[in-house]
Design a protein. Sequence first.
Length: 248
Amino acid sequence: MSGEERQKRLAVLIDADNTQPSIIEPLLEEIAKYGVSSVRRIYGDWTSPNLKGWKDALLEFAIQPIQQFAYTRGKNATDSAMIIDAMDLLYTEKFDGYCIVSSDSDFTRLSARIREAGVTVYGFGEHKTPKAFVRACDKFIYTEILRKKDEKEPEVHQSWSSRDLKRDTRLVTLLRNAIEDSADENGWAHLGTVGQNLANRSPEFDPRNYGHKKLGDLIRVIGLFEIDERSAENSPAKNIYVRDKRRK
């Protein structure tokens, strides 16, 4: 089986001190979009009462807990253990990608080092995650969009209106630049190419951050771009192309 045909093997490494057990099910569902989580490890001091809420989740989802005692007050030994394990796994050259689950900037250099080896890094953390760590990943998903709707968290599921989206100047600029760089001589850009361009420009970009499941939905609602659905040869599917309305 060729590398293109087989599913990517992923190593999932979770920082228990900076992650809530309530997100584990949607987290693993999200990771399944990118490949198979061949390794699932979570790091923390399991003698601490702060982590007792993880017990049921570890059993249900077959996640291996790695014990790391807090030898010195104020020092995060968990991060060090997680980094060492990640490097050991990297040297085996068995994995196509790493999922680093934490909101801690201590994993910035680790993510950069894994990418230097030509391996994809998917980051998962809260909106408070430092930008340095976010930008060190190939793709970064904010865990707030994975939370269940009935949880008492900031509302991130509500769809933004066209007016709200247009007011976000950073988003508008990001979309326009990605479309322009992906466009042909007539200004039309294939939606898939635009999506890849957006990921390269901004690892944390995700239409779900704006309450829309797909990029196409976001572009339709914002109302700044023309949309052309073209029939695909020998397929019932449609190819979607977009163009800036300012382009004539």
